[in-house]
Design a protein around this ligand. Sequence first.
Ligand code: ZN
Length: 146
Amino acid sequence: MGCPTREKSAMHTVARIRKLGFRRWYERTLIEAYAHLVTCLLGTILAFAGIEMVVTRTGPAHGLLGVGVGALGIALSLFGVSHFARIFSLAQRLGARATCPSCGTYAIFTVVAGGPEEEQPPDDAPETDGVWLKVKCRKCDNTWTI
Ligand SMILES: [Zn+2]
């Protein structure tokens, strides 16, 4: 049995790809990933602002506030970078396999099946960050796993 959070996340990904279609899912996922990257950068700026507040403190309260601001910045940075890395990596891995191996059409397919990797890994499934999709090309009816 795998991690329930990861399985839930995988099922959410499969449901979103089914609902939006792969191209729109891919586009929105990249936008979401870059939003997390911006969060990371803003957190880094906040962390440096906190450090500066501690260095240039005028009293204990100001120094304590600087520590708080710095800690918040570090937390935001770590949250942003970890989510960016996970989401961006998933989008890139699935996007790299979205081309039909038979006719070469990119991302024009119907999701036949899908789920968390631990649940039912197909024999020909590559490393997929916890998500696998069995898809059928709408142009040539070829079926493959991404
Ligand atoms: Zn095809």
